[in-house]
Write a protein that binds this ligand. Sequence first.
Ligand SMILES: [Zn+2]
Length: 430
Amino acid sequence: MSPLIDELISNNEFPTNNPIFLNSNIHKQIDDLLSASKYPIVVGGTNYYIESLLWDILVSPPTSVTSSASSKMVKDSLKSRSGSSSPEMMQREDDRDGDSSTPSDEISDLELETMSPKELHDRLRQVDPISAGRLHPNNKRKILRALEVYQETGIPISEFIKEQRSQPGGNRLGGPLRYPHTILLWLRCNQEVLNERLDKRVDSMLHNGLLPEVRNFYETYVKSQSANQYTKGILQSIGFKEFVPYLEKFGADQDTIIDNFLQNIEYKLPKEPIASEPEGLDLLRKCLDELKLVTRRYSKKQIKWIQNRFLGSHDRQVPPLYSLDTSDVSQWMANVYSPAVDIIESYINERQPKTTPMESVQHPGSGLNEEVLNFCEICKRHFVGEFQWKLHLASNKHKRAKDGLRKRVKRLGGGTIGGRGDVDGSSAKK
Ligand SMILES: [Zn+2]
């Protein structure tokens, strides 16, 4: 698990938003290795990938329901527990089994695409109120996903999630740990070193054929798509979307001119524009700078994510996580390799490794409901989760807005607004 990100690969053709797709194959490979008494070692991967590899987590139910064993299991299980499944749901299931026609309440993809986030959220509230209650109305991607699942299966995504969480070892984050004897090695380095490495990696992309790759991807998959397809899947992955401004403005001819220019200066792109440089290079430079920025941001997010989901999980089975410091590469043997070997051998020989696993941390919001949507009537904003909601109610921004409203009401002679406790957030401490 490294903060260096796979998404940097500019023509990554994996559906990165669908870890289950990736996992269907890797789980078989792992099982094969285990049954041959070999130790599977998985290197790299995004956090979502690692999470759905280790836990039976429903990050994203497969689009094609019939093609997925895991989804079928959930469906079968939902069917067999007829006592707890709603009769209405069973009915819909039966309808679909016997009749392939579109259910009457289905909305076409085209229609969904033209709907505003609010309309989509309202629609989701109708078919899957539990999911609607968990998702921010602006989270169009997840709302669409939930609607898709409902349309394709006739089952709200929240039912799939509920089923999975109810398995032994399951919890609010998903199902149980798939492989009970797992060790996690986290290769880390200090933030400065990390930023430098990330920048270098972006810089080396030009040398490694970035331009032909993104051009090819753009010509093949993107040009023909409608504008709102840009918000979906691979097109949003880091390492491609940053180059769209350049790709749209310049063509392949300019790529060649720029590449020839860069070749002559050994791909050492000057930080600021120089007089002799070809047209388009400055825009490309800006795209690369943008990529550096989002990559840094993403790496910080990943680190936070590990802290929250691995170290801050109070109710989840988490394998021991060991931090290995890669900041000084000249100390690789002492700081990374030897401790890693010792940790792995210790586990095999059932003794205590010299390195201690990272300690779990208590997130200030742990224990609070993360899956509830609150709306502040004063600020006209939605908040997902009790933690964010409490932060908001205690924030100066909210207090100022509340005072402003109170003054306006007074001026208008409206008296107090104290009677609307739920509206002004009086449940929070004052
Ligand atoms: Zn507010």
